[in-house]
Design a protein around this ligand. Structure first.
Ligand SMILES: [Zn+2]
Ligand SMILES: [Zn+2]
Length: 176
């Protein structure tokens, strides 16, 4: 199995390869990078300037059919994304469809008034991306705060996670 990493052309430039490599390292699954500027994204609310994460996942289902993809698909966008309840989220996965989306906007230091850092941003996109792909390969949330499958409620909780699965999640992944 391979995952497909769709990198929206407006997402931070130059980070896609390091993100791909780190996700591969965390999950032990190889990926294929697709740089995309032709993806038709629907679900944008121009007043709130945010995407419905669910709509983006539905777009990915069309991509899956068109491209004949079978593995997990992760889309990285630079826009605010909101979950079905209206809450802004780092990312969202639809395990039954094998699709996931991550937004970089709240992963950037600048969002919090901190000094920008590409290294921190790559780490966060990779951890968040690996987390969502983890859901697509059968993993659920983990109580271990340093595990990638821990569900962070803040940037600090995301930063506290290590770029790896805990033993229990790793075993579950291997068994699945
Ligand atoms: Zn999750
Ligand atoms: Zn775990």
């Amino acid at each position: 199995m391979r995952f497909a990493l769709y990198w929206d052309h407006r997402s931070p430039a130059g980070l896609q390869r390091p993100v791909q490599r780190r996700i591969e390292g965390i999950l032990g699954i190889e990926g294929d990078l697709v740089e995309t500027n032709g993806l038709l994204l629907t679900g944008f609310d121009p007043l709130r300037r945010e995407y419905s994460a669910s709509s983006l996942l539905t777009c990915l289902e069309a991509v899956r059919r068109r491209e004949g993809l079978h593995g997990p698909i992760l889309l990285v966008v630079p826009d605010e994304i909101v979950a079905p309840g209206g809450e802004a989220v780092f990312g969202l996965a639809r395990p039954q469809r094998g699709t996931a989306v991550v937004s970089t906007v709240r992963l950037q230091n600048g969002w919090y008034g901190r000094e920008p850092s590409d290294d921190a941003l790559v780490d966060r996109i990779a951890k968040e991306g690996a987390h969502e792909i983890g859901h697509l390969v059968g993993l659920e949330h983990c109580p271990e705060p340093e595990c990638v499958m821990f569900a962070p409620r803040s940037l600090d909780e995301l930063d506290r996670k290590r770029k790896m699965l805990c033993r229990a999640c790793e075993a579950r992944l291997g068994a699945g």
